[in-house]
Design a protein around this ligand. Structure first.
Ligand code: DAH
Length: 337
């Protein structure tokens, strides 16, 4: 390529460059130390006649000048173009930046962390059990045979193959007994499902917590200790724990665990429905038959099981009037936490 062709090519390329930054590449390509123009300059000494060397020098320097000029012109043009764009969409540099909306943690998730922390400090390990469960782990092995009237306590969603959507987190119990050797200390905070007619206090999808402790000589004393410790952590030191006899087929004795209303301290107020107490949990000592079903010897081992509904506790604690808020995903609700 002769110098005239190089010039033509350079000017054509430069006119097509789209950003000032890309111009630098062409500056190097043509005018750099090892660029195309310098290649011509380095050939000058090879010309035999003094007169030709002079002419070539002038010619090359003229081309160099024109390329420099084209680069400068294109640079100015490109900068002007972007300035014009900004002028078309004027902005106020003093305007405060746009705020990025920040997410927050769902109240149930936050509570789950708290419950997990509390019981893991006492040596309980978090476990999971299937949401789609066999009848046996949800009912049969927990002493609830198919024709047992207590099945009415759990409105169940059955699948066509006979499996079901677990109605409680108590389905961890026999599963964990089968897997582990005592001492067994496990907990689960997870989702459950029921065939409910939905209202402010019942939803088809809700959360439960279950705790299982199996060892030699586990007694009601342990149960009382754990209940009291947890309820005080949730509702404050002013609450108290009360056990009432209550029937659950998989524990014997079974108890309902109540917390003294922290708002009125037992006098009865609007929040506790004038009761003075809140019914919080179901619990008891694991039924010997259930221990046997888990493959352990009930003469050697005893255990406690304890379960509550986190939704209900949060509703009391945070003054939430409808359980359905938890699953609705309504930002007006969620933004409050
Ligand atoms: N699973 C029971 C329910 O769904 C709650 C419960 C009661 C859990 C007693 C327990 C227990 O671990 O011991 O109503």
């Amino acid at each position: 390529m002769n110098i005239a062709e190089v010039e033509k090519k350079a000017l054509a390329e430069i006119s097509k460059v789209k950003t000032p930054k890309n111009l630098d590449g062409f500056r190097i390509k043509y005018l750099g130390r090892k660029g195309e123009i310098n290649n011509f300059l380095s050939e000058i000494p090879e010309l035999p006649r003094q007169e030709d060397r002079k002419k070539a020098g002038i010619l090359i320097n003229e081309v160099k000048g024109r390329i420099e000029e084209a680069l400068a012109l294109r640079d100015k043009d490109l900068k002007n173009q972007s300035l014009k764009k900004v002028e078309k969409e004027p902005f106020d540099i003093t305007e405060p930046g746009k705020t990025v909306p920040l997410g927050s943690i769902h109240p149930i998730t936050k509570f789950r962390e708290f419950v997990r922390d509390t019981f893991s400090q006492l040596g309980f390990e978090e476990v999971y059990a299937p949401h789609i469960e066999e009848d046996s782990y949800n009912f049969g092995l927990l002493n609830i045979s198919p024709d047992h009237p207590s099945r009415d306590l759990w409105d169940t969603l059955y699948l066509e193959n006979g499996d079901l959507l677990r109605t409680h987190t108590s389905n961890i119990q026999v599963r964990e007994m089968e897997k582990r050797k005592p001492p067994i200390k496990v907990m689960s905070f997870d989702r459950c499902f029921r065939y409910e007619s939905v209202d402010p206090h019942h939803d088809h999808t809700f959360t439960q917590f279950d705790l299982l402790y199996i060892d030699k000589k586990v007694s009601m004393v342990h149960l009382k200790f754990l209940s009291d410790l947890f309820l005080k952590k949730v509702f404050g030191e002013r609450t108290k724990t009360r056990f009432r006899p209550k029937y659950y087929p998989f524990v014997e004795p079974g108890v309902g665990v109540d917390a003294l209303c922290p708002f009125c301290e037992g006098k009865g107020c609007r929040i506790c429905g004038r009761e003075g107490w809140f019914e919080i949990a179901g619990a008891g000592l694991v039924h010997p038959q259930v221990i046997k079903n888990g493959g352990l010897d009930p003469d050697e081992y005893s255990g406690l099981a304890w379960g509550f509904g986190p939704d209900r506790i949060l509703m009391i604690k945070l003054g939430i009037d409808d359980i359905r808020h938890f699953n609705k995903g309504d930002l007006r609700f969620l933004k409050q936490f």
